[in-house]
Design a protein around this ligand. Structure first.
Ligand code: NAD
Length: 253
């Protein structure tokens, strides 16, 4: 099988935000897309967007931090669309608190959804990529991997993703599979809007604060991240693996 004969992608956390933009971009680039998220109904807009581009779409409900749910979810994709050769591990959550106030539950949820999920999903899908002799894994890290006050759990998970990505690149390269990470800076999505709500400040105040660290004069949009993901997925990017691309509107990450 070749890259062009089996164009089936999975995007986790694709119901909204960056994941929805990635799913739509992959459809534009000729992929059928399975969207895995907690609630299949919440994926309906993404499914519509993929189908409007003439590609097949499938919404699968699964908690990507749960081993059995991942097994069943990937099996549903294989049944519904065929064997996936592209996996974008995008699902993520935040539970911000300073270290002193962080509960074990805050720690576990963020590590499990952001990091364990990447291990579980990649382990489950890589067999299909090996069978195809071709595959692309792209993981969503973050500039938070470099450290952020109040995000010990999230920073650890996103830094962990970078090590996991590099290791997968080493182990899977000889099967025609690349593994790379995109590390976004501040992107306008529900996740960042919810930060403002939790802080009890207007969203614009958060944007203004973040703009002090962004040098291209605007905050990030989901399509900015989808574009970087599309570069790694491109069959012509087969010599690029184990890399972390910071997409943050600034060289200072
Ligand atoms: P978002 O909160 O808008 O969307 C995340 C999606 O993941 C949601 O649809 C949610 O339902 C899904 N999800 C959460 N837990 C899940 C689980 N256990 N199983 C399956 N799906 C689950 O977030 P976003 O801003 O679009 O972020 C997407 C990714 O990009 C995340 O990994 C995030 O950490 C990363 N990121 C975002 C930013 C930013 O500024 N928005 C910056 C850096 C990195």
């Amino acid at each position: 099988m070749t890259a062009s004969s089996n164009r089936i992608a999975i995007v986790t956390g694709g119901a909204r935000g960056i994941g929805a933009a990635i799913a739509t971009r992959l459809a534009t680039d000729g992929y059928d897309v399975a969207v895995i998220d907690l609630d299949a109904d919440a994926c309906s807009e993404t499914v519509k967007s993929v189908e409007s581009l003439g590609r097949r779409a499938l919404a699968v409900a699964a908690d990507v931090a749960d081993e059995q749910a991942v097994r069943d979810g990937v099996a549903a994709v294989v049944d519904g669309l065929g064997a996936p050769t592209v996996l974008v591990n995008n699902a993520g959550v935040i539970r911000d608190r300073t270290l002193a106030k962080m509960s074990l539950d805050d720690w576990n949820v963020v590590i499990d959804v952001n990091l364990r999920s990447v291990f579980l999903m990649s382990r489950e899908v890589q067999g299909h990529m090996r069978a195809a002799g071709w595959g692309r894994i792209v993981n969503l890290s973050s500039i938070a991997a470099l450290g952020v006050v109040g995000e010990a759990n999230y920073a650890a998970a996103k830094a962990g993703i970078q090590g996991l990505t590099k290791t997968m690149a080493l182990e899977l390269g000889r099967f025609g599979i690349t593994a790379n990470a995109v590390a976004p800076g501040f992107v306008v999505t529900d996740m960042t809007r919810e930060v403002a709500i939790r802080m009890g400040v207007p969203f614009q105040q958060v944007v203004d604060e973040m703009m002090k660290t962004i040098h291209v004069g605007r905050p990030g949009e989901p399509d900015d991240i989808a574009n970087a993901v599309a570069f790694f997925v491109d069959p012509r990017s087969s010599f690029v693996t184990g890399q972390v691309l910071y997409v943050a509107g600034s060289p200072r990450c």
